[in-house]
Design a protein around this ligand. Structure first.
Ligand SMILES: [Zn+2]
Length: 100
């Protein structure tokens, strides 16, 4: 299954809409174990214990590689709160921002 087909299924099952993950999206996904499995498989490149929300965001945004810090190359995790929610930071720490 490619990214486009998976997006189509997620939309069909009410997990995502044009606005992103729906209010009941995660609850709905958990009712579909095979689809859940596909989400995990399609985002297996992530090298940290990312939650379902972050994984679905990667699929929506077409992210196919683990993002890393521009300065030191360490893996970075998707922001889950705040203004930059659902994006990966460019740097892993303030030290790496200072040393850019
Ligand atoms: Zn770094």
């Amino acid at each position: 299954m490619n990214n486009r087909q998976l997006l189509h299924l997620l939309r069909e099952r009410g997990i995502i809409s044009n606005e992103g993950i729906t209010t009941r999206g995660i609850t709905n996904l958990k009712k579909h174990p095979l689809l859940w499995q596909k989400v995990i498989e399609q985002t297996c490149f992530l090298q940290y214990n990312a939650n379902l929300r972050a994984r679905i965001q990667c699929i929506i945004q077409g992210i196919i590689e683990q993002p890393t810090c521009t300065t030191c190359g360490k893996i970075v995790k998707m922001r889950t709160t705040g203004q930059f929610r659902n994006t990966f930071p460019t740097y892993c720490s303030n030290k790496c921002i200072a040393n850019r």
